[in-house]
Every structure is written in C-alpha cells, then in structure tokens.
Design a protein around this ligand. Structure first.
Ligand code: F6R
Length: 610
C-alpha cells in the first residue's frame, strides 16, 4: 500500500528517491517524503499530497544535492489523517534516526504510552513514529542493533528502512509481512517495497524474507535474521523491462493495461496450452499426475477482482472437471475453521502476491496441512514464495489500481487448469481440442472488441452523469457482472451493484427507474432466453439497458437501448471477452467524470494491511 525507497551509492540520492516514489505512487498516495544524511545530519522533506507536490516544495533545495544516501516514502493513511506530521519519514525525538515504515504496529498504543512515560514527545498520530522513537532510544552508534532491538518489541507487520544522522554509510532494511526488495547495482544498492522503483537502475534483486534484516552499505550488503543469524540470500534477475512502467502514449495506465490484454492473455497461455492434445501443462504446480488425479475438492481463496476470477473458476471446474469447488473471501477464510482433508487442494489467487488477507489465508490452509498453490502475477512476491507451487500470470506489472489485465490472465490460467484436470476426468480428447482452439483464438477476439473503444466511449457519454447502475449476468457471466460493477465503482465513485440476473426480481428490481441503467450480459448460451426476459422486466419499469451480446444477434436490439457486440466463443470462455467492454465502459465513465483513474481515492494497489 505505502511505498518505500532507499538508495546508497555514488550518485545523488535525492532524484533517484523521488523518481522511485513516482514509480510507486500507484500503491498509496496521500503523503510523500524523503530523508537524507548529509554533513549537517538528517534533512527531511515531506508533506501531505502527491509526489508532484513534494517535487514542488523541494525544487530549490540545495542541501539535497551531493547527498548519496537517503530513504523515501509514499503514504496511504491508516493511523492518522494525511498531514505533514503524519507523513513519513519519522524522526526520533533527538533527530538522530529517520525511519519509513509500511505495515501496522499492532501494539503501538502500549509502546507509545511506555515511551511517553519516559518523557518522549510524539509529533504524529502514526503507529510508525513509535518504531522511530524506539530505534532512536536504542541507537548508540550501531544502527542495525538498534533496529533489531526495536523490531523484537513490536507486534504486527513491517517493512522498514532506517538511516542515522551520523552514518552516511548505511541503510538498514527489515521486513515482516510487508514486502521489501533490494536492488544490487554497480557500487550502489537500492531498497524498495516494489521492484518498479528499482528496475530502472538494476535487474539484480533480492526478495527479503520475513524476519530478515539487511544492512546496505556502498556496494555491499549483509543479510541476517532478526535474531542475528547470517543468511546468504539468492539474487534473482527481474524479467520485466523499465518500459513496462511507461504509459506508452495512453492517457492512463488502466487504458494501456486494458489494451495490453491480447498480449497478456497470450503470454499466460504460452508454452502451457497444448492444442493438439486438447490439454494444458502447468509444471509450476509441482504435482505429479497421480497427485492431481487424487484431488476431489478445490478451494479458491482471494479478494476483490481475484475473487471474481475465482468464481468463474468455480463454474469452470465444477462443470468440466466434476469436482466440488468452494470460493472463499480470504478475509473470511482466515478466521473460519475451514474443512480441509488430504484430497483438498487450495488455490490462492492474487495479482500482487502481497494481499494481507490472502497471505494469512494461505498460511492458515498450510497450517491445516493443505497443499496450497498460487495463481499470482508478481514474481518473488510473498504468496509466490510461500505456496507449494503455482502458476505465474506473466502479465507484466499492473500499475492501474483497478485490476484489468490480471483478471483476464487469471481467467486464462483457470481455463488451462480446467483443461488439465478435466482431461484426466470428464473432458474427451475432441472436446479438449475444441476448448484449446477456442482459447487460442481469444487474443484476436479481444483485439476486435478493443476496436469498439470509441463507440463504448460514446455510450459512456450518455450515461456518465448517472449515479446508480445495475450489472446483471447469469452462469459464467454472473461473476463478470460483479467485476463490471466493481470496476465502475472503484474508479468513478458511481454506485453499482452486480447481481445474478434472475435475482433481480428478489429485491433490486425495486430500484429500477429511468435514472438507473442496467448493464446486462446477454450472450448466446443456455440462459440467453431467460436473460432476455430479465431485460424486458427492466424495460417494463422504465429502466434502460446496455447489453453485451454476441455478434450477429439482432434479436437483442429490439429490447436493449444500446448493444455492444462481442465475438462468439464457447460459453465457458465468454468471461474473457465479455469483461472487456465493461472495463472500457467503467474507464470512460470515470474519465468523463474527471476522476483520477489510475489512483482512485481511498484505494491502493496492493492491500498489505488487514
Ligand atoms: C479491484 C482490485 C482489487 C484487488 C484485490 C486483491 O480492481 O484491484 O479488488 O483485486 O485487492 O488484490 P490481489 O489480486 O493483488 O490479491
């Protein structure tokens, strides 16, 4: 959620830190700040507002230039409103150390009271300042010992970076439950909560593990556990290039990512879809065929958009593999007492791989002895590391807060999983080949839908001022209705509800009038006629309908005010296509309402707090 950057090396730290903050701004963004060590001690520049505001207030600072070490932060408020005082970095009372923190210190109020009794005055309402004061209290010239001692007293989660006023030669980083990536450059070291702040400088990275502490010095690092045992971490190579972080002429990352989907869906299938055999290979699952055959129940655990993808997975697997599937909100699963036996396989689905609830659910399932696999985008993320195996999306970095390309990549992987498990059970060779061919055709079909962007923008123009929307779909397209509604509400702040179309008459129909448009997924599948009836029910109450229908369907035009046609595919793959117009509709409504599309209010990209 919040972003951390640290730099130590031979170049000026300040511009590198601020540039790193800009790359991380999508994660959390109500305040920004930088701390540097120079000859006169610590210099701190911070305020509420975006990184651009930080750039404005620091445009003429002289004491930043020439400084080769610093730490920086963008904040997403949890404890205390966005303000100068609550912005990071935080200093201890004697201004000897500066600290930036992601995560939540759960016992902060107990620690704060204790420190206050010792005469320490607090300037902010944050839990993070408690940590800064603790480190300051223990600092006697040995920064790593002070950080270690402080961290052993805190409960909760943290990714931290700390510098000291009298030591321009070291940054200490440490993590528990909040990601930290270390960049190993030529005579320079970087630290960040996310590799997007590092990739412009080096592709060599270390993913710090929980309860690890790292000392970064000029061109050198030393990694230990919090209780001071030496570790030799693996150095990985980042497989994405810095261009992935540019908008490439698109007005927003979200639009760029929507348009990337023909490629990202193809990337998710590459080397995995075996068309001639009508199946898939997913080597990362690390399970042999006998183990896969022995599974008789699946549990999908996820949050938000990833949860919607999981729901599609439930429809797919139950119909084509014939084993029961449960789809759980990670936040609920973690506190329930789920039933898991030796034949249950748990899949956690997460774009970021860092979502706190999903991670906690993963750990709970592992504790119960389940085999837990991941479907995840971010390589080296906590979920990727802690699962027994899994499948990467290979969608490249998703910067827009509203998830788009990750959703369709998740659907692609779930379709491959269905093929793999289904071919061991009830899918015949010829049916498998039919599904595989249809899947292979999806990227081109998505491209075709994207050509309707302008027309979808026009439809958005007609409805941009409406404040309530209903999204209806059935069968495979019920989860798509949920996803379409979520996209609209998160980026345009318009109230939208997704419903199974037939449920409408059990309540939401009361809302329908001329001011409440309904977006209806009416594809030619087994429930088409029934959905047409639902559309007529909306019409009868004065509501207007925007339908997503198949090419060649003229019938629907009699009933829906607007129709967006999409190519025909197998019903089970239709969510991969039907979601595209809904992403574009949400995008254009938000743009027409002048919303901050890539950084919607109150939201952050990866939700690393509970
Ligand atoms: C919606 C959105 C969120 C995420 C959710 C889970 O557009 O982005 O609902 O899907 O926070 O995130 P991941 O998939 O990173 O676990």
């Amino acid at each position: 959620m919040c972003g951390i950057v640290g730099y130590i090396g031979k170049r000026d730290a300040f511009p590198i830190l601020v540039e790193g903050l800009s790359a991380l701004e999508y994660r959390g963004y109500d305040s920004a700040g930088v701390a540097l060590v120079n000859n006169s001690g610590l210099s701190v520049f911070k305020d509420k507002g975006k990184v651009d505001h930080l750039k404005e207030i620091t445009s003429d600072i002289e004491n930043a230039t020439g400084t080769k070490i610093g730490i920086a932060h963008t904040r997403w408020a949890t404890h205390g409103a966005p303000s100068y005082a609550n912005a990071h970095p935080h200093l201890d009372v004697n201004k000897r150390i500066a600290l930036v923190h992601n995560g939540i210190i759960e016992n902060y109020s107990i620690l704060k009271e204790k420190l206050k009794k010792e005469g320490i005055e607090f300037l902010s309402e944050t839990d993070s300042e408690v940590l800064a004061q603790l480190v300051g209290k223990y600092y006697d010239g040995d920064l790593s010992s002070a950080v270690r001692r402080a961290l052993l007293e805190v409960e909760g989660t943290f990714g931290v970076a700390v510098i000291a006023f009298d030591n321009p030669g070291v940054i200490i980083g440490a993590r528990r439950g909040s990601p930290l990536v270390v960049g190993v450059g030529d005579d320079e070291m970087l630290l960040a909560s996310d590799a997007s702040a590092i990739v412009q400088h080096t592709k060599k990275v270390i993913y710090l593990k929980d309860n690890n502490l790292i000392e970064l010095k000029h061109g050198f690092f030393n990694t230990t556990t919090l209780d001071n045992r030496k570790i030799n971490p693996e150095i990985h190579s980042l497989d994405w290039d810095a261009n992935a972080l540019a908008k490439d002429g698109f007005e927003h990352f979200m639009l760029k990512e929507i348009f990337e989907q023909p490629d990202t869906i193809r990337n998710a299938m590459r080397g995995r879809l075996l068309v001639d055999d009508g199946t898939a290979r997913l080597d990362g699952l690390n399970l042999v065929l006998q183990e896969l055959r022995a599974i008789n129940r699946l549990i999908f655990v996820a949050c938000g958009t990833s949860w919607h993808a999981a729901l599609v997975g439930e429809y797919l697997i139950e119909e084509l593999v014939g084993i029961p599937v449960e789809v759980e909100y990670a936040s609920e699963f973690r506190y329930r007492n789920p039933i898991i036996d030796a034949h249950t396989l748990v899949f956690v689905i997460s774009q970021s791989g860092e979502t706190a609830d999903t991670l906690a659910a993963l750990r709970e399932a592992s504790r119960k002895g389940a085999t837990v696999l991941g479907i995840c985008n971010v390589v080296g993320s906590s979920i990727a590391r802690e699962t027994h195996g899994g499948v990467y999306l290979h969608a490249g970095p998703e910067i827009g807060v509203a998830s788009t390309k990750a959703f369709t990549s998740q659907l692609t992987i779930l379709s491959l999983l269905t093929l793999l498990l289904g071919r061991m059970r009830r899918i015949s060779h010829s049916d498998g080949v039919t599904i595989a061919r249809a899947l292979e055709a999806v990227p081109k079909q998505v491209k075709k839908i994207l050509k309707q962007n302008e027309r979808i923008r026009e439809i958005a123009g007609i409805y941009a001022k409406h404040n309530n929307f209903l999204y209806l779909g059935r069968s495979y397209n019920f989860p798509v209705a949920l996803e379409g509604a979520l996209k609209l509400k998160e980026i345009s702040y318009v109230h939208a509800e997704g419903y199974p179309a037939a449920e409408m008459k059990h309540g939401p129909i009361a809302l329908i009038d001329k001011d409440m448009p309904s977006v209806v997924l009416a594809l030619k599948d087994s429930v088409y006629d029934k959905v047409l009836s639902n559309i007529q029910e909306v019409n009868a109450r004065g509501g207007s309908v925007i339908a997503i229908a198949n090419e060649g369907d003229r019938e629907i035009e009699k009933y829906a005010r607007h129709v967006i046609h999409i190519p025909k595919t197998l019903p089970l793959l239709s969510p991969l296509l039907s979601v595209i117009p809904l992403q574009l509709l949400a995008y254009h409504i938000a743009a027409l309402r002048d919303c901050e599309i890539d950084q919607p209010r109150n939201l952050a990209k990866s939700v690393t707090v509970e």
